[in-house]
Write a protein that binds this ligand. Structure first.
Ligand SMILES: [Fe+2]
Length: 226
């Protein structure tokens, strides 16, 4: 079983996964997954409090997967060991917590999942480079290319897409002042070419269904496929 939810922001938005809100967790085991669609936020300061938080994920009944958002410490994230897992590249934080890298295709429970983290910070002016903001929040051209290469390998047919930002045309349906950037334009091009069943993304801090197939996620925790 795989569940998916939106941004957690290093504990600020973790209540949705607590015992009272996420009752389904009691039926899950470490062979089940909860995926966080970016702005995970627990790989940030590397202090004792944060290490305690990270070890709490070991105690949860399921395995946690996350893609990166815009609010991550990318230097710290890259310091974790990298390996191949279920068909794609990950950083293993520990045995119950993996970061799914950009432009990868994973096969989990018989379903193919394309992942692409990153996003542009709208609060950039209030943040300091390499302390609370990293240019790596936006993908490199190598990451964009890798995503295309991997989709090519699957003949542009994937079950589920998980991103942090969303495709430009989809964002325009709910975001009045939105202007496209390289990532949302890239995701739009992927959306127009890809054969997929559901596309999940976070970042916009709202829960909404757009055009049946797109799910903007924040506080909701839903089974993958819904
Ligand atoms: Fe966020």
């Amino acid at each position: 079983m795989i569940y998916i939810t939106g941004d957690t922001h290093g504990g600020i938005d973790m209540a949705k996964l607590d015992d009272d809100h996420f009752r389904a967790q009691f039926k899950l085991s470490k062979a089940d997954y909860v995926i966080i669609a970016g702005d995970f936020g627990f790989i940030w300061q590397n202090n004792e409090k944060e290490k305690e938080w990270l070890s709490i994920f070991k105690e949860l009944p399921y395995t946690t997967l996350f893609i990166d958002g815009n609010h991550e410490n990318f230097d710290l994230l890259r310091s974790y060991p990298e390996e191949e897992w279920s068909g794609g590249r990950i950083h293993r934080i520990h045995d119950s917590l993996f970061h799914l890298e950009r432009g990868q295709v994973f096969s989990i429970d018989g379903k193919t999942i394309f992942t692409f983290g990153g996003g542009k910070s709208t609060d950039r002016a209030f943040r300091r480079p390499y302390i609370s903001w990293w240019p790596d929040e936006m993908p490199s051209s190598a990451e964009y290319q890798e995503g295309l290469r991997n989709l090519e390998r699957y003949n542009w047919k994937i079950d589920y897409v998980i991103t942090h930002a969303g495709p430009a045309r989809v964002i325009e349906t709910f975001h009045g002042s939105f202007s496209p950037d390289s990532l949302t334009t890239y995701l739009q091009a992927v959306a127009e070419r890809l054969d997929f069943s559901r596309w999940y993304f976070g970042h916009y801090h709202l829960d909404r269904i757009v055009d049946t197939r797109y799910r903007v996620l924040y506080q909701s925790v839903i089974p993958l496929g819904e």
